[in-house]
Ligand binder design. Sequence first.
Ligand code: NAD
Ligand code: ZN
Length: 343
Amino acid sequence: MMRALVKHPDGPGLAMEDVPVPDPGPDEVLIRVHTTGICGTDLHIYEWDEWAQATVPAPMTVGHEFSGHIAGIGVNVGGFEVGELVSAEGHVVCGKCRNCLAGRRHLCKEPKGLGVNIPGAFADYVVVPKQNVWRHIDGLDPEIGALFDPFGNAVHTALAFPVLGEDVLITGAGPIGVMAAAVAAHSGARNVVVTDINEYRLALALRMGATRAVDPTKTDLKALQGELGMTEGFDVALEMSGAPAAMDDILANTIHGAKVALLGIPAEAYAIDWSRVIFNMLTIRGIYGREMYDTWYKMNVLIQSGVDISPVISHRFPAASYEDAFEAARSGEAAKVLIRWAD
Ligand code: NAD
Ligand code: ZN
């Protein structure tokens, strides 16, 4: 038996329960979970909001950000060894749709989410399909490995457009926004300006390498551009808050021909000033998940070439204190909250 954080359909909250250790099927890998991270998605599932009720087949074990060591290997699985430190790509693709068949798995028609649609990693053990297992580079800290899922969102978005020599605006200094700031700075952006309405997170953005981190309700972004010697606006914008006001800031502060990557998920549909998009000839690109496995490869390279994402870890809790972990994650004064399962 093992411990697992299970979502039940009867209301908010999660329950720590003893459940059987899952058996890996012929094409699956069993992983002893070391460290997990709490994502905004997990908070929605915990709260059991409308989206969660319509999406999660409760009762089910949740969680998708993790690292762990291989503990069992299905008979058809080659190339992995027991004891290796791994994480998993959380999107399990169908393998049959037009994009999957063409090798564009990140564009799968109906990916299933680990810990969202299928049993997840907030447990002592998790089983994942072999094609979703990512072996980490030698010596990687398991805590950094547990960040690879959201780090991948940051890398996928930050590298969606060339940033070398460019002025980059990042709206939203959550864990993903601040990691994107580190990646953009490392990748040669001239200025990386991060906006948020939370002071704790603005301070973190500066620690992660932002040139400036400001509250856009208090600092005029046009004036800030002047201070930084910019004249025509940001070349690249990364939307990482989901806030409609942030999209307005992007439209008002980007250069003609700017490239805009959207990762933040809005709570509901909202209107923008489309004439700005048209007259300024903006390119807008939606970003979902990570590219399999180009983004993962780049994460390795970024870490090996000196990007330090460890400051994004604000809290660590043992699995037994999961309620405290979720409370910390809900508070404004947190970035990435980790839950440790291994001894
Ligand atoms: P988060 O919720 O921790 O961070 C969002 C930040 O945006 C918060 O710090 C908040 O204070 C800030 N914010 C709110 N209003 C703002 C405004 N007007 N201007 C600037 N900032 C503002 O989220 P995260 O975990 O860092 O993820 C970032 C976003 O990406 C979220 O919207 C999340 O749902 C989304 N997401 C998307 C994908 C994907 O594949 N597309 C994957 C993971 C997360
Ligand atoms: Zn598919």
